[in-house]
Every structure is written in C-alpha cells, then in structure tokens.
Write a new protein. Structure first.
Length: 219
C-alpha cells in the first residue's frame, strides 16, 4: 500500500501466462496492490518498467532474456522501484546474482499464496524478503566475498567501481564474452566495452586479463 493509501502499483514479468494470472488475482484480491503491467520476457519487462515506473516489479528468474538481467537494468534506471524475484530455483548462483542486481527479495514459487502480499508489503517498507532456508547461504557468500573485494580495492581504485562494473567483472570471470555479457545485462556491446574501459582505468591495469588475475588472486 502506498503512503497515500492507494494500492501499490506492480509489474509482473513471467513467461507463463497462467502464472501471471494467478499472481494478479492473489495481489489484487488482497487490496493493497494494483497490477498495472505484465510482461513475458526481460526486454518487455524493462520497457514496461521504464514507461510506467511501478513501485514493485515481480520478476521470474528464468524468463526469456533473464530475470536477473532485467533486474539490473530496472534497478539502474529506477532506483526507487522495489524488485522481487519469484522463482523455482534454489540455486545459489541465481540467488546471489539477483541480490547483486538490486533485488530486495527472492521468493520461491512454492510460497504460500497468502504470504505473498505480506512479503511485498515488507519490501515496500524497506525490508528484505528471503526464505529462511536461503538466509544462511547468503551470509556465507558475503563472508567469502568480502575479503576478495577488499583485496581488489586495495590494489587500485576499486572502491570507485560502480555496481554495474562489479557485475561486468564477475561475468568476465565466468568466461562470458562481450556479446554474452551484453545479452545478460540487456545492454549493447558498446556499453559493455565502455564499462570495461572505465573499470580497467580505475583498477590501473592494462587489459581484461590483468583485471581477472587481480580478481582471482584475491580469492
């Protein structure tokens, strides 16, 4: 519910129309939410979000184009919009990628439907929405990654890397090409190259290989 008492506006993005219909019914019957937009893939979700500025985006992780890629783009363009991932995936990689992309929640599709509106309401209030079974994994991930990140920062001006530059660095480490990174982030290859150039300058390294060696040496 918005501060003025009006229902909070929601965008639902999932490539399965019956799932979108079920989610719309659950949220609108609750009364605190109004589903204004629907999308079946990442590109359509980003376009609808930019045009409508929803208060909450409920994104399927595995939809065409990638829910995480949509989350990155929406969070970058609409920092006030809350993003919640809804998925069948309990995979750590999906969870961590979603949170790094700016998601405030990561809910499993087997959630009790009656709990979904409360979860979104808590996200709107500035809280996070995560299943208890995934919280321990999140804590472990941050413990593992923070020394590596600090080491990278100490080597150059890594403290000035933007969240998108950190994401590009992570995807480079995973072996993705410029074109693949562009598709994952729903941006152009030229934009990826621009991020890489900026990142190399800040890290004070001459090329991508040097940046990756810096990343891996701090693991």
């Amino acid at each position: 519910m918005s501060e003025n008492g009006a229902p909070a506006t929601v965008l639902i993005a999932d490539d399965h129309p019956p799932t979108r219909a079920d989610l719309r019914q659950i949220l609108e019957e609750d009364g605190r939410f109004a589903v204004r937009w629907e999308a079946g893939d990442a590109a359509a979700a980003v376009s609808a979000a930019i045009e409508g500025s929803p208060q909450v985006c409920l994104l399927d992780v595995r939809m065409p184009g990638g829910g995480v890629a949509a989350a990155w783009e929406i969070s970058a363009r609409l920092p006030e919009t809350k993003i919640v991932m809804l998925t069948v995936s309990r995979d750590d990689t999906d969870l961590f990628a979603a949170l790094r992309a700016g998601a405030s929640g990561y809910l499993l599709k087997d959630i009790d439907p009656a709990r979904l509106p409360d979860a979104l309401e808590s996200v709107l209030a500035g809280e996070s929405a995560l299943p208890g079974s995934l919280v321990a994994r999140l804590v472990s991930e941050f413990r593992d990654r923070s020394p590596r990140r600090r080491a990278i920062v100490s080597e150059g001006d890594g403290s000035q890397l933007t969240s998108r530059e950190w994401q590009v660095l992570e995807l480079m480490r995973q072996g993705l090409t410029t074109a693949q990174i562009a598709r994952r982030l729903v941006v152009s290859p030229a934009t990826v190259r621009s991020h890489v150039a900026s990142m190399l300058k800040k890290l004070r390294v001459p090329d991508r290989e040097s940046a990756l060696r810096l990343f891996d040496s701090s693991s």
